[in-house]
Design a protein around this ligand. Sequence first.
Ligand code: AMP
Ligand code: ZN
Length: 112
Amino acid sequence: MADCLFCKVIDGSIPAKIVTQNDKLVAFRDINPQAPTHILIIPKEHIESVKDLKPEQAPIMADIALMAKEIAKQEGLEDFRCVFNIGASAGQSVFHLHMHLLGGRPFSWPPG
Ligand code: AMP
Ligand code: ZN
């Protein structure tokens, strides 16, 4: 998608601190971290949000969860929080599906 910020991270036209990647996913550090570890995991395929996920794309959600588990281990995180903001009023500002992986401090509930 020409106008998508995260597609530009994937194609390298916007620089990012890449943590890891494979044929389906890229993980990179959030530019405005909300915790000592704040990493975004995104599919290389442009999907706007979880709302737009088609049944045949659903396995990507499991891939994201497995990558989060591996990154958390690498980052030394025993506990961590994973968040999908879905839609503008839920806090989504970039409309390319992404999961926030946050850790390194305590988190409260409910979220703001
Ligand atoms: P959301 O608000 O859930 O859509 O999350 C988008 C996230 O992308 C925010 O936490 C931003 O700080 C982050 N972000 C925006 N631009 C960049 C960028 N160029 N590199 C890394 N993270 C970014
Ligand atoms: Zn995109």
